[in-house]
Design a protein around this ligand. Structure first.
Ligand code: PGA
Length: 249
């Protein structure tokens, strides 16, 4: 039985005051869910949120990571640094990084390997654009994105990772994939992994992301191959985030 997971991707939002209010609200309700709860604040607030979650079940993730462990890489943050301040997860391959910061399949695979090498767990994001969906190549795109990490790190690496299916057209748009649309892709992903290793596929958590909110979370997470959510906008309000967490278990 896979433990559900709900991860909040705060993106580049918040201030010292607002993130501290947000985490207090989340801490207060986290006892009411059996799902694993992760928050991914902007780098500059990670230490403050690590301190604020020290006595809470809420776990910490980063939104990005450098593939190098240290040295002259201006502006970058390394795996050992994230480990040092108490991170457990790192989002890799988010579509915003792929689209706006030039992260290719090759770069995401290198980062994925670096996360694992540092004893951290990747939340590896995959997803098609609207144009790709409309031209019928969704499975080709998702397959290619997953092949990048399978070729570099092998299927066994997924024992320490989480996948997040995030259709690009659903991110931040208010347009959610229907439960059936999402389930179809999640089943395709699990089937692809199962063809290589049934045990790994069975234990692998595959999150849905893209305009998940308190109103649609339960129907999405009820699908057989959807194990939780990666939440952007709705993770910035404690009540909404907690409602999604409760819908997950
Ligand atoms: P959204 O973002 O929930 O605001 O659509 C999801 C994500 O980008 O992870």
């Amino acid at each position: 039985m896979r433990q559900a997971m709900v991860a909040g991707n705060w993106k580049m939002n918040g201030s010292s005051a607002s993130v501290s209010e947000l985490i207090e609200g989340i801490n207060a309700g986290v006892g009411e869910t059996s799902a694993e709860i992760v928050v991914c604040p902007p780098f500059v607030y990670l230490s403050a949120i690590a301190a604020a979650t020290a006595d809470s079940a809420v776990k910490l993730g980063a939104q990005n990571m450098c593939d190098q462990d240290g040295g002259a890489f201006t502006g970058e943050i390394s795996g050992p640094m994230l480990k040092d301040i108490g991170c457990e997860y790192v989002i890799i391959g988010h579509s915003e990084r792929r689209a706006m910061y030039g992260e290719t399949d090759e770069i995401t695979a290198i980062k994925y390997g670096a996360v694992l090498k540092n004893g951290l767990k990747p939340i590896f994001c995959i997803g098609e654009t609207l144009e790709e969906r409309e031209s019928g190549v969704t499975e080709d795109v998702i397959g290619r994105q997953i092949d990048a990490i399978l070729e570099s790190d092998g299927v066994a690496s997924l024992a320490n990772a989480v996948l997040a299916y995030e259709p690009v057209w659903a991110i931040g748009t208010g347009k959610t994939a229907s439960p059936e649309q999402a389930q179809d892709v999640h089943a395709f992903i699990r089937g692809k992994i199962a063809a290589l290793d049934a045990g790994i596929a069975d234990g692998l958590r595959i999150l849905y992301g893209g305009s998940m909110n308190p109103g649609n979370a339960a129907d999405l997470i009820a699908q057989a191959d959807i194990d939780g959510g990666l939440i952007g906008g709705a993770s910035l309000k404690a009540d909404d985030f907690l409602a999604i967490c409760k819908a997950a278990g």
